[in-house]
Design a protein around this ligand. Structure first.
Ligand SMILES: [Zn+2]
Length: 287
């Protein structure tokens, strides 16, 4: 059964480790992540962006697929199904469809409107036992063709949103989505420290986990990050493994064209990436 992120993240923050959110794109992605979490006895969060939601034929299809897998694969570790960067409308659709967690990304609204909408969603989620992630300050990255530098959130605004009763808080600390540029300045630990001091026990969320050096990840966890989002890294691993299979001409040998064979190396590559991240984040054997 799907669970909210509340308990897993409270434990993670107290135990100084982080739970990975791995975004899913299809059946293979979901299966690879769930099997790895179960093998490593790690809690896990399956992330779904609105774009991936559309691609997978809607939120109800996803809920059906994930619930089916939890049962058929005998998954016993805590699993949350979470809307990533949700719009106000998207949050309601996912709540309706049976997600156990949503992120309301109100960072593009004026702060007053972000507060009002977040407050409303806090009440709805509390009523249904779901977890809610809020975002303060925009997280940079390649969106609409513009690569942002990765801005830093205002710690006072973070406290204001945290006090509304959200479950976890994403705050920009110089992190960005996608691949990091060569001239990236690194994470701002001063900002993170200031945010943690203002928000206390609130589990903090680090978006854009791909390509952040391991020592920075560990330091971020020591300063209160309890959830780390990984998306691009699984995509790169999947593509590289698939490319290798095709370039080696394996699809032309025997029944190598069978889609289950074509996709297998990519699935193994996702598993290896998820395993590496769970070990780095410290969530192994924490289920
Ligand atoms: Zn994000």
């Amino acid at each position: 059964m799907l669970v909210s992120t509340k308990e897993m993240l409270t434990k993670a923050k107290a135990g100084k480790y982080a739970v990975g959110q791995f975004n899913i794109n299809n059946l293979e992605w979901t299966k690879a992540i769930l099997l790895t979490a179960e093998e490593l006895k790690s809690p896990v969060i399956l992330g779904v962006s609105e774009g991936a939601g559309k691609y997978m034929c809607g939120y109800k299809t996803i809920v059906g697929m994930v619930n089916g897998m939890l049962e058929e694969l005998n998954i016993t570790v805590p699993v949350a199904l979470h809307l990533d960067h949700g719009s106000y409308e998207g949050c309601y659709k996912c709540i309706e469809a049976g997600f156990s967690s949503v992120m309301f990304d109100g960072s593009h609204y004026p702060i007053e409107e972000n507060v009002a909408k977040t407050k409303e969603l806090v009440a709805v989620c509390a009523d249904k036992g779901l977890s809610l992630e809020a975002e303060v300050g925009a997280i940079g990255g390649e969106e609409d063709g513009v690569v942002g530098a990765g801005e830093c959130a205002d710690p006072d605004e973070c406290k204001m949103i945290a006090d509304l009763g959200v479950t976890m808080l994403a705050a920009g600390i110089g992190n960005i989505h996608g691949k990091y540029p060569a001239n990236w300045q690194g994470l701002s630990f001063d900002t993170l420290d200031a945010i943690q001091q203002k928000t206390g026990d609130m589990p903090l969320v680090l978006h854009g986990g791909t390509g952040i050096p391991s020592d920075m990840i560990k330091k971020a966890i020591s300063l209160g990050v309890a959830k780390i989002n990984v998306n691009t890294e699984c995509q790169l691993a999947f593509s590289a493994a698939t490319r290798k299979y095709i370039e080696a001409g394996k699809d032309l040998e025997g029944k190598g064209f069978d889609p289950r064979k074509v996709l297998a190396p990519g699935v193994e590559a996702i598993k290896a990436t998820v395993k590496e991240k769970m070990e780095l984040f410290g969530s192994v054997n924490k289920a």
